[in-house]
Write a new protein. Sequence first.
Length: 373
Amino acid sequence: MKEIEQKLNGKIKRLTNKTFKFDERIKEGWFSAVYFLKTKEIAEKKLPDNQVTMQFFQKSDAVLCGTDEAIALLHTFADQPETLDIHSLKDGDKIHPFESVLTVSGGYHQFGFLEGIIDGILSRRTSVATNVYNVVKAARTSGKQKPVIFMGDRDDHYTQQAGDGYAAFIGGSTAQATHAMNEWWGKEGMGTMPHALIQMYRGDIVAACKAYHELFPEDDLAALVDYNNDVITDSLKVASEFGKELKSVRLDTSRTLVDKYFLRNHHLMGTFDPRGVNPELIFALRNALDEEGYSHVKIMVSGGFTEDRIVQFEELGVPVDMYGVGRSLLKLNIGFTGDNVLLNGTPEAKEGRRYRPNPRLEKVPFIGENGKE
């Protein structure tokens, strides 16, 4: 059983290094800024009895993520982690500007060298979780929640997929493109077909779908229909061939192309931007499918979708059933800062910073390798 299942079932409170599988070089300081390492040595040799409180915050309204990972990092690599006093909010908590989300108290030499890594964990995970939360919220603007599929595999380094997938899950996405994205929280990735499959059948979407359906008969058949830049014609071809077995069609038209439907119907143009996946094309596709008796076929769109673009589609009542979103969800626009704010229990911080107690913080018990406090 994955740790996330144990957590959701109340058997454990937080994920541990059994989930995160940290690089052991963290202990050696390999990923810490050198000045943290030098300060650790000075503190250890010159000020070994000093106790500091480090406080982490950011400056936006956001969905917090990365606290389990940061705490597991401390419990794994800090010196004598069982002696640290840690208080934290939880992954998924809504947070506000300058709100303290995590405090760590102990000897600086015990954990100070991990400051930058904790900042990075919280910044990335919270950015992705917040981006996904906002997109998922946008996808229910019409009053009905439309699924959002996290498709960020091609927009970032592959080593980030597990953490980004978990952050996307915290933000509200429950369908993701790769198995790695599901590693910390889910079971398997999901997906349909790429343009490459259709290319190998020389643009014959029906032949490509037949091959897919023969090899993966248990999958819901979802056809990618923009390869020939004629989504209505190709959607109807596939629907005619597969009938009820066709569950959905996906449009991924480049925003530099105008679908052939509009080239055949010039009279429709002139009042909107006809490029890419646009509302008028989706309305026309939905009408065409319904008129031919294929109202059961759902429509998924992808390609450059953002929170604002989804809101626009939803407010217009565009008949989209699912959104596939990638790049816009990976923008890192939330940065965390760790500050030392107490020294031996009394206020001491750089100018402009101060200790900000937060009654929402919960004390975090130390969990040993045996899984017990």
